[in-house]
Write a protein that binds this ligand. Structure first.
Ligand code: MF3
Ligand code: CO
Length: 251
């Protein structure tokens, strides 16, 4: 395993890739309303990405057939947009998006409420987001990668939630998925030592119920085995000499 260290120039390109992706997410967030189809969300996302002269990095990745992963309720990640899948009041929806700018990838996910949702569902969304922030408290040069993993998992488990084990975050740069893998729960080993210039996609996937997941027959959509709700929150993060820079969250 080798973790790439980006040069100052590469970091500038990563920053721009991520800044543009943040705009995509901000625009998609405004479009989330009861009545929109998951396909409409995908088409809008792809249109915005291409309007920047960028390329959606998920499209055709290992055969994935869309630009935005749209995962509703008990769908954890990699939901496939469909014009017949209409969002309804009370749903939660996870949007995972990424793009390529001048050869550099960005990757981020947000989970949104559709109209009014239950307090329990809102707590799941909030805790999933906060687990990311608990994790990146440890995203400092000199610490070890799994310090982040342990902090994410410990926070989410305090609420009785199931931390997904079968999917992980990852390094990112000239490829969408680079070393290292980034689990969202405590590990036996410490993992690589963090160094300035590493760019990492940290992405807790948290279930209201048990941690187990399974794959639908479309070979993509990951769902919770117990059909409980699931939330996802992800940013591309730069390790620096000081505080981490959250490249896909600048505002
Ligand atoms: N954001 C996802 C990840 O981190 C990417 C989805 S893979 C795709 O791995 F194939 F569905 F695009
Ligand atoms: Co990712």
């Amino acid at each position: 395993m080798s973790v790439s260290i980006k040069t100052a120039h590469e970091i500038d390109l990563m920053r721009e890739s991520c800044r543009l992706l943040e705009i995509v997410h901000d625009e998609l967030a405004k479009a989330i309303k009861p009545g929109i189809s998951t396909k409409d969300i995908d088409l809008l996302g792809e249109k915005i990405i291409r309007s920047f002269g960028c390329v959606p990095n998920f499209l055709n990745y290992n055969g994935y057939p869309a630009s935005i992963c749209v995962s509703v309720n008990d769908e954890v990640v990699h939901g496939i947009p469909n014009k017949h899948r209409i969002l309804r009041e009370g749903d939660i929806v996870s949007l995972d998006a990424g793009l390529i700018y001048k050869g550099y990838h960005s990757d981020a996910a947000r989970t949104h409420a559709v109209g009014e949702i239950s307090p329990e569902a809102q707590q799941l969304i909030d805790v999933t987001k906060q687990s990311f922030f608990e994790g990146i408290k440890y995203a400092k040069a000199g610490n070890h990668l799994h310090d982040i993993s342990g902090a994410i998992g410990a926070y989410a488990e305090k609420f009785g939630y199931g931390v997904v084990r079968d999917l992980v975050g990852h390094g990112i740069g000239t490829s969408l998925h680079e070393d290292p893998q980034i689990p969202n729960f405590a590990q036996k080993r410490r993992g690589v030592r963090l160094m300035p210039g590493m760019t990492l996609a940290i992405e807790p996937m948290i279930n209201m119920g048990r941690p187990e997941v399974c794959w639908l027959d479309d070979d993509w959509t990951v769902v919770t085995e117990d059909e409980s709700l699931s939330a996802h929150y992800e940013n591309t993060v730069l390790i620096t000499d000081g505080e981490p820079e959250i490249l896909t969250l600048t505002k």
